[in-house]
Design a protein around this ligand. Structure first.
Ligand SMILES: CC(C)(COP(=O)(O)OP(=O)(O)OC[C@H]1O[C@@H](n2cnc3c(N)ncnc32)[C@H](O)[C@@H]1OP(=O)(O)O)[C@@H](O)C(=O)NCCC(=O)NCCS
Length: 132
């Protein structure tokens, strides 16, 4: 049987089974999370390590991303997001969790479309993660 690691305390626990539980977890870690879902997908509109003027501890965003992926795998839903300003660091960050750039947008990334000084071209490239 697959084991789930409690990413907060290092114990094995049940996976996240509702989006609400992921939102609560984010709240606890002071991570702002704007997510919604339909029958087949989860849309991640925003994640930030700052909530009600309290900064999240380093790495809290990654813990919330892992929780969200755990729920997405349980619910068999794809996660979709847009990378703000085509930020290269953020694209690599999301790749760690199994996200891939939409092939159409990958062409634009490779052509340097989003390489503007302030990353002001919006929306950024779309990325998606297939459930496991
Ligand atoms: C993206 C985010 C939620 C990730 O949270 P996290 O997993 O807890 O990671 P951390 O914030 O601890 O960042 C880890 C490291 O990456 C660096 N980093 C974060 N965002 C970066 C960026 N866009 N470019 C370069 N480095 C970045 C941090 O400074 C930190 O560096 P350090 O290890 O030298 O201290 C968080 O960095 C954040 O709130 N970013 C601002 C909001 C944002 O861009 N959201 C994404 C919208 S698509």
């Amino acid at each position: 049987m697959r084991k789930f690691i409690n990413i907060v305390e290092g114990r094995n626990v049940a996976p996240f089974r509702t989006l609400k539980s992921v939102e609560k977890f984010a709240n606890k870690l002071h991570v702002s999370l704007d997510v919604s879902e339909d029958n087949s997908s989860i849309i991640l509109s925003w994640i930030e390590g700052l909530l009600n003027r309290v900064f999240a501890e380093k790495g809290s965003g990654a813990r919330v991303m892992q929780a969200l992926c755990s729920y997405a795998d349980f619910a068999k839903k794809e996660i979709i997001l847009e990378v703000l300003g085509g930020d290269k660091w953020l694209m690599n960050y999301y790749k760690q969790f199994g996200f891939e750039i939409d092939p159409e947008d990958e062409k634009l990334v490779n052509s340097g479309y989003w390489n503007t000084p302030n990353g002001e071209k919006e929306p950024g490239p779309s990325m998606g993660r297939i459930p496991r």
